[in-house]
Ligand binder design. Structure first.
Ligand SMILES: Cc1cc2nc3c(=O)[nH]c(=O)nc-3n(C[C@H](O)[C@H](O)[C@H](O)COP(=O)(O)OP(=O)(O)OC[C@H]3O[C@@H](n4cnc5c(N)ncnc54)[C@H](O)[C@@H]3O)c2cc1C
Length: 680
């Protein structure tokens, strides 16, 4: 196997500093305006970057760099990861020429390969922040190769394994965790039904208790109660967590979680279980999503995951949490890790697509702007910069946000649970939406090449689209964020106490004043950026609370009032998320000692903040920005594009994604498409 050079090579520096590359056109064959493009695509060389790319990569990845590089290597070394030579380089490419069945089997084989190499050691049996961060790092890298592989692992370890860890007690931990880690059992997670997804409390599967035999009886009472979309259920899973209403002594105690076996060790479906396939999907076809019906399936009493509530042998319902709302909330806890991984993975996909599109835009030319001049590099068009560089800055900002989210998650304490729930909901939605937008822009920025599956960006759209739906639909999550902010507001006002937590402390201070005339230096200052994002959040929260209370005063229920105030709720959710992201950026930036890194991060932060002002019409609608200031912001964004342009390549190199995990269009795309590369 050819040794892969993981160093991401970059364009020679002179290309970066001469916007239209007029000076060097006679020397560089790539710059000739020959009608026949007989140039060799640029032999890329490491730029004398103004900042330390390795240091930036460390900051971006945040943790477990050695583990990440080890895993990249492990994958590239195996034929299972589909290494292919294109244009003189090796790429590990997704399985787009295989049937759904082949993709599913290949996903399982890859898992076995990683298992054999000890990748999952300690995933469920080792505890503490370090072990959890390693797990996250491994999942980041796996997802950079293939979403199906990451999701298949996520379902088994985070959903099935996480449910046993969080909802189960010692007896479940002893019985299941080691076997899960070793893949002796293959787990899945049956929460969603055909008739109920976001509204988990509405599920219709019913479980009753038979005190004569000491068993629970799980039943699918109607077609809409069939479990749907269950990852792993169609082909491989042997066991599942079943979410069901628990009916004890004719009283519904609400949603609870049980362990049920669905296949034997030979893969035969168990008695009284029916399983069907969800069929081909727009992406993620390496995951076998299935549907499950339970026909009065009997399971031992001990299979109730009983950390929240239990049923005694004689059929008494026992729970320390008396409030059904709180009980239900406790059952959703494992979903938080899913949201964390989605938020993080969304950012890595944005990084892949930006690395590819920006590298292409530094090697692809189109039209000349002088009669006999060379054609212009795509990234030298200000309009192309405007399309990609704000997304690059946002991806950097959200990278800090994702790292922050991971950190608070692995260091969670009971006091942090609420914050983690709200921040993970907001970031999961915002980062996955950002990813889809970035993928589309990068696909278009690669022109026709973006349509080639081997170039990854277009393919990633189908693969990652589902991120806005599973583990909490994005719109529903954002509603929960606004609801939680409203609850904080009401509680603070009712107690007449200062705001504390969720970053709302700024509400205790006087409202910030935005200068009537914005200069460049003001717009680039952390104070201004922070002030205006806080101003938007506080004003929207006040408006939202007023509208709800007005509607209630007019006779609407609290729930009706909330539903009808959806516009403000949406605006507020976005305001919370954008401001929280900026905060994570500022925290990362201000603790840095390295001046060149700080400078470039300053540009990226300003781009993030200003483009946020530009994109949300709330700033003009509610007057946080005057028309004149809005025009100044727009000009400043264009200026920042020009200033970031020379650093574009170093900035994507800093993502630390090995060349093999990018795509041919990001490198020597002429050679990758040469006649000699065609299989004759
Ligand atoms: C590929 C894939 C894998 C999956 N894997 C699993 C798995 O392993 N296990 C599992 O249990 N589930 C899984 N799911 C299910 C997933 O979690 C659900 O699809 C998700 O929760 C959304 O539910 P739903 O599809 O019923 O959509 P709905 O909840 O019906 O939502 C449909 C639309 O209605 C909107 N909507 C819903 N409620 C409101 C409201 N109150 N106000 C305004 N708008 C609203 C939503 O924003 C959404 O746009 C998977 C799904 C997919 C597609």
């Amino acid at each position: 196997m050819e040794k892969i050079n993981f160093r991401t090579k970059v364009l020679s520096r002179h290309l970066n500093h001469d916007p239209f590359n007029t000076k060097n056109s006679s020397k560089n064959p790539f710059l000739q305006s020959s009608p026949c493009l007989s140039y060799t695509p640029p032999e890329l060389s490491e730029p004398n970057s103004v900042f330390d790319v390795k240091l930036m990569r460390k900051l971006m990845d945040g943790h477990n760099i050695v583990d990440r590089d080890w895993l990249y290597n492990l994958m590239v070394q195996s034929k299972l990861f589909n290494p292919q030579e294109k244009g003189g380089k090796i790429f590990v490419l997704p399985d787009y020429n295989q049937s759904m069945e082949q993709q599913r089997e290949m996903t399982m084989k890859r898992i076995e390969y990683l298992l054999d190499h000890g990748v999952f050691q300690g995933w469920l049996t080792r505890k503490g922040p370090e072990a959890e961060l390693r797990k996250f790092a491994i999942l980041d890298v796996v997802g950079i190769f293939d979403h199906s592989l990451a999701i298949k692992l996520g379902v088994h370890f985070f959903l099935w394994g996480g449910a046993i860890q969080f909802f189960g007690t010692k007896r479940h931990h002893d019985r299941w965790l080691k076997d899960t880690e070793d893949y002796v059992v293959k787990g899945c997670f049956s929460m969603t039904e055909l008739g109920h997804g976001s509204n988990v409390r509405g599920i219709e599967t019913i479980t009753t208790y038979d005190s004569n035999t000491g068993e629970f009886v799980i039943n699918t009472p109607c077609e809409s109660a069939q479990k749907y979309w269950i990852g792993g259920a169609a082909n491989h899973a042997t066991h599942t967590i079943v979410f069901s209403q628990l009916n004890i002594n004719r009283r519904n105690e609400g949603v609870h979680a049980f362990i049920a076996q669905i296949r034997d060790a030979n893969g035969n479906v168990c008695p009284n279980i029916r399983i069907a396939d969800c069929g081909h999907k727009v992406g993620l076809n390496g995951v076998d999503n299935g549907r499950i019906w339970f026909d009065n399936v009997r399971i031992p009493r001990e299979n109730l995951l009983n950390s929240v509530a239990d049923v005694s042998p004689d059929g008494q319902y026992l729970s320390a949490i008396k409030d059904p709302d709180q009980r239900f909330a406790a059952f959703l806890a494992p979903l938080t890790s899913g949201r964390v991984t989605i938020a993080v993975s969304a950012i890595y996909q944005s990084k892949i697509s930006l690395a590819i599109a920006i590298r292409y835009s530094l090697t692809r030319r189109a039209f000349s702007i002088t009669p006999s001049g060379p054609e212009v590099l795509l990234l030298d068009y200000p309009s192309h910069q405007r399309r990609l560089l704000p997304l690059l800055a946002k991806t950097y900002s959200m990278s800090f946000a994702a790292n922050y989210l991971k950190t608070i998650y692995v260091k969670r304490t009971p006091e942090l649970i609420k914050t983690i729930h709200i921040v993970s909901s907001a970031f999961k939605a915002t980062l996955s939406w950002h990813n889809m937008r970035t993928l589309q822009e990068c696909r278009e920025a690669c022109g026709g090449q973006g349509m080639k599956t081997e170039n990854r960006v277009g393919h990633l759209k189908g693969e990652y689209d589902v991120q806005s739906t599973f583990e909490g639909d994005n719109n529903v999550l954002m509603q929960q964020v606004s609801k939680a902010l409203l609850a904080e507001y009401v509680a603070a006002k009712r107690r007449n106490k200062p705001f504390k937590g969720l970053g709302l402390e700024h509400m205790n201070k006087p409202s910030p004043v935005i200068p009537s005339h914005l200069t460049s230096s003001v717009m680039r200052s952390i104070d201004f950026q922070n002030d205006i994002l806080c101003l938007r959040e506080r004003d929207l929260l006040n408006r939202f609370a007023s509208e709800i209370s007005l509607r209630q005063a007019q006779g609407e229920s609290r729930e009706q009032a909330f539903v009808m105030s959806y516009q403000l709720a949406e605006d507020l959710g976005r305001a919370f998320s954008d401001k929280a992201i900026l905060r994570t950026f500022v925290d990362a930036e201000t603790t840095l000692m390295d001046a060149p890194l700080k400078n470039i991060l300053g540009l990226l932060r300003s781009m993030y903040a200003l483009v946020t002002l530009e994109e949300d019409s709330a700033f003009l609608r509610y007057g946080y920005l005057s028309m004149d200031n809005a025009a100044e912001v727009r000009k400043e964004v264009a200026k920042l594009c020009g200033e970031l342009r020379p650093h574009a390549l170093s900035l994507v190199s800093s993502f630390g994604i090995p060349d093999a995990f990018l795509s041919p269009v990001a490198f020597n795309w002429i050679e990758a498409n040469s006649w000699s590369s065609v299989q004759h």
